[in-house]
Design a protein around this ligand. Structure first.
Ligand SMILES: [Zn+2]
Length: 351
């Protein structure tokens, strides 16, 4: 079953499960000490057609506020990512929640920040430095736009010709997956830009202009970073799947990018998020690298709650994904541990 269908099934069955209280079976063993929530974009709803479930990467400001109220009602502690390990070492029983955003989209500043400010709640943004420089490509959104405009894609990728039908919604979804595999499978970051520029039939500068319109700039980020409720984390230079990279490239992507952000915001960075963040894109080599370069924590996009045992795994922390399908009932199942139990089985960090 695809993860997309899985999400739909969870969201359809959630009201019945919570009404019956079935999720409480999981509470004791699988809800853990708390949760790190993962968000990408916050912006007002629009109903244009989408591909690859991209609308689910976006929530509207009202849903963000509802999510905060969900945890307020349940008397959770709102922690910054920096407070996580001390909290796990303490014996407090009170549950915690940490809010995190990936990439550095401008809408985080415009729509999410005022809500956190209103409630005085801390949050973290993991920054892709070349988003802020507008020197990398947000190809997943550009690919979506291509697919919505066209009914077929004809292109050459590393000397091989591809013809992909993209007339129907299903064909567009399949085409997205095919192109995604080609892009994320391209090892060399320089080759990658060149390939993208050929693929989209646009000069690099045009691709970068698209990034410019979606990302914060350095002045905005620096201003935001001054607020004590905000923690800035690192999310690499170019948002590449790290498993593809040689170790010198890994250094450039992770460490040079971290230093560049620190130089701009005049603050040290101690926290990291792996781009794409699933096991296919980040594994033991990357976890060890990040740990040995003195990051205090690092988050993946693997689904799960946080347990005391994560003190030994602070560089591969799972998160709870919040998207437009995350109703209050779905969130109830996620925090109970039921959702991660069905995804990961019993094989979770438990304490
Ligand atoms: Zn990201």
């Amino acid at each position: 079953m695809s993860i997309r269908n899985y999400k739909k099934i969870v969201s359809l069955s959630a009201p019945a499960i919570t009404a019956l209280g079935l999720h409480h079976v999981f509470d004791k063993k699988y809800s853990g000490r708390g949760h790190i929530l993962m968000f990408h974009r916050v912006l007002p709803k629009d109903n244009r057609p989408r591909v690859h479930n991209h609308e689910s990467l976006e929530i509207d400001p009202e849903q963000l506020e509802q999510t905060i109220l969900f945890f307020k009602k349940r008397n959770y502690l709102f922690l910054s990512i920096n407070e996580l390990s001390d909290h796990l070492k303490s014996d407090t029983k009170r549950k915690f929640v940490v809010f995190t955003f990936d990439d550095g989209y401008i809408d985080n500043l415009i729509y999410a920040y005022p809500i956190f400010k209103k409630y005085g709640i801390p949050f973290t943004i993991y920054i892709t430095s070349n988003f802020i420089n507008a020197r990398t490509v947000i190809w997943w959104y550009q690919l979506e736009e291509e697919l919505l405009k066209k009914d077929q894609l004809i292109f050459t990728w590393q000397n091989q010709e591809h013809h992909l039908a993209a007339e129907t919604k299903t064909q567009k979804e399949i085409a997205f997956e095919e192109v995604r595999k080609l892009i994320t499978g391209t090892a060399n970051p320089h080759q990658y830009l060149d390939q993208l520029s050929k693929f989209f039939g646009m000069a690099e500068e045009q691709l970068f202009a698209y990034t410019r319109s979606h990302a914060m700039n350095w002045d905005q980020l620096t201003e935001l970073a001054k607020d004590p409720i905000v923690t800035i984390g690192a999310h690499t230079a170019n948002h590449l799947p790290l498993k593809n990279l040689e170790s010198d490239q890994l250094y450039a992507e992770i460490i040079n990018s971290k230093i560049e952000i620190e130089d701009h915001i005049k603050k040290k960075i101690y926290h990291f998020a792996y781009p794409f963040g699933k096991k296919l894109e980040a594994g033991e080599r990357e976890y060890e690298f990040v740990k040995s370069h003195h990051f205090r924590t690092a988050v993946t996009t693997n689904i799960g709650n946080i347990f005391t045992g994560h003190l030994n795994h602070l560089h591969k922390l799972p998160r709870v994904n919040i998207n437009s399908l995350t109703t209050e009932d779905v969130l109830e199942l996620q925090v109970s541990g039921m959702v991660s139990f069905f995804i990961n089985g019993k094989d979770q960090v438990l304490q």
